[in-house]
Design a protein around this ligand. Structure first.
Ligand code: FAD
Length: 476
């Protein structure tokens, strides 16, 4: 059992480890660490610790296990499922990784970068660029999310199609265990078949098994050719048919294939400054196609032109534009990344981050739409996302003029409806954001009892005192 309150004496013991300047106790200093990025979760905490070394993290966790103090690891606090904030009504201590932000090594020969767990994603990308390499993870939150948070959520983002998610981008980890022991698994090996894969247990564990303090990440050649196109289509079925052609024509050069609805384009042009629809014609659906090649720019450009010509000829593409400069490429991606924020001014939004097999996307969306509209006439469905990964952010904006709170009060009911359709298509209720607090109870309902049992046993083996991010992912 973890302690429900913290005594001043215990706070002092923790503060001795970091030094008082890095042990925050004033409400106004602590406030920014308590609210999750979408404002869905507001926790409380008597103490925020900002350790400056792996040794300090180790001493903090050893003391936490000794005293049964709950610890919430926090990276950039950009997560979407309430995993990075303390619980309401408890005395969870927040452990911020923000001072552990060094790039330890960049090796363009071995194609790896080694960084602290608190290094900001954009800094990793910059360091890779500095040696003419690419670190391909790219998210709308890259200016503040941290590599430890990306690993702990197994983040996806915009280039999963070509490069995979964080699990595929990581070779080794350094982790401080709840007992304070340090596991140095900072290996740089592509091939290593020596027993159970401990690294993969920590990736996606959302801070429930230990604190990631360092990582070895893969680097790639920087693409020389890059093309981004925006195409209008009449249906999700046509988008899928175009995706099939894009995959076979472009292979691994196809870096992104993103789906957007008319409603989402209207929301972004209405609410996000500077966003404009680059097509003069209106369409029911849109796709953003991103192609990058390791050889000359002309290859990417020829590939994109041929794909779109083929799409037009097959009657799949109604109209399309290819960005002609880096600025235009960024503008198209900006529109795609603004889909979610653009829903905010439209009132309440009930969100889903789901995946289904790619070929099932049209059937899933038709069935989910029918179920939602029957339950909530007037709902404005704005489903968009990483179509090439089978990952749809199936978001629903409130009916025009509806009461926002009454709409949001139906969050769980609507989640249940949509997730029911997801499961019918053998999909996942969390494609890239994780479980946290938001989906913890649902996880137990969608995973087989044996899977839940194995997860609880793993949690118990790593964290016998139950101090690591309790109440998140799995309830023990
Ligand atoms: P936090 O939010 O601080 O923490 C997330 C979880 O990881 C928590 O459970 C926390 O306890 C744990 N954790 C954090 N650091 C550590 C550590 N060092 N050791 C152990 N546990 C730790 N996500 C995607 O996958 N794809 C997207 O395209 C995407 N786009 C986004 C766009 C925007 C504008 C925003 C705001 C968010 C987006 N996200 C996306 C969600 C979010 O950015 C990711 O989940 C990100 O990986 C979280 O990183 P973070 O450092 O902010 O982690």
């Amino acid at each position: 059992m973890v302690a429900a309150t913290l005594s001043p004496a215990l706070i002092s013991r923790f503060a001795e480890i970091t030094g008082p300047a890095y042990a925050l106790v004033d409400d106004k200093d602590i406030a920014p660490y308590l609210v999750e990025s979408r404002g869905l979760y507001h926790g409380i905490s008597p103490l925020v610790l900002r350790p400056g070394s792996v040794e300090e993290v180790s001493a903090i966790l050893a003391l936490a296990t000794e005293t049964g103090t709950a610890i919430v690891p926090q990276g950039g606090n950009t997560g979407h499922v309430g995993g990075s904030v303390p619980r309401e009504g408890m005395a969870d201590v927040v452990l911020s990784l923000s001072r552990l932000n060094r790039i330890r090594d960049v090796d363009p020969v071995g194609n790896v970068i080694v960084a602290d767990g608190g290094a900001v994603l954009a800094e990793i990308q910059k360091a890779a660029e500095g040696v003419d390499r690419l670190f391909p993870l790219s998210l709308g939150s890259e200016g503040s999310c941290q590599i430890g948070g990306n690993l702990s959520t197994n983040a996806g983002g915009t280039a999963v199609l070509a490069y995979g998610n964080m699990r595929q981008l990581c070779l080794g980890l350094e982790v401080v265990l709840p007992t304070g022991e340090v596991w140095n698994g900072l290996r740089r090996l592509k091939k290593d078949n020596t027993g159970y894969d401990l690294r993969d247990l920590f990736i996606g564990a959302e801070g429930s098994l230990g604190v990631i303090t360092g990582a070895v990440l893969k680097l790639f050649p920087r693409p020389l050719g890059h093309e981004v196109a925006f195409a209008g289509l009449k249906s999700v079925e046509d988008a899928l048919a175009l995706f099939e052609r894009a995959s076979s024509r472009c292979g691994t050069a196809l870096t992104g294939f993103e789906l957007m609805p008319r409603l989402g384009v209207d929301f972004t042009t209405r609410h996000i400054p500077g966003v404009r629809d680059p097509l003069a014609t209106r369409h029911d659906w849109y796709v953003l196609i991103d192609i990058s090649t390791s050889d000359a720019a002309e290859t990417a450009s020829r590939m994109m032109e041929a794909l779109l010509a083929e799409g037009v000829e097959a009657g799949l593409v109604e109209n399309a534009v290819i960005a002609s400069s880096e600025e235009q490429r960024k503008a198209l991606w900006h529109m795609r990344e603004s889909m979610s924020p653009a829903q905010k001014p439209e009132g309440g939004s009930i969100k889903h981050d789901v995946s289904v097999p790619v070929s099932a996307i049209p059937a899933f969306m038709a069935e989910a739409d029918a179920a939602v509209m029957a339950a909530m006439p007037g709902a404005r469905i704005c489903s968009f996302g990483h179509m090439g990964d089978g990952n749809i952010h199936y978001n629903i904006s409130q009916p025009v003029g509806a009461d926002k709170q009454a709409f949001l009060d139906r969050w769980r009911e609507i989640n249940h409806l949509v997730h029911g359709v997801v499961l019918k298509y053998n999909g996942s209720i969390s494609a890239e954001h994780g479980i946290g607090q938001l989906k913890r109870d649902e996880l137990a309902a969608v995973r087989a009892p044996i899977e839940m049992d194995l997860m609880r046993r793993i949690k118990g083996a790593f964290d016998p005192a139950g101090i690591m991010n309790p109440g998140k992912v799995v309830a023990v």
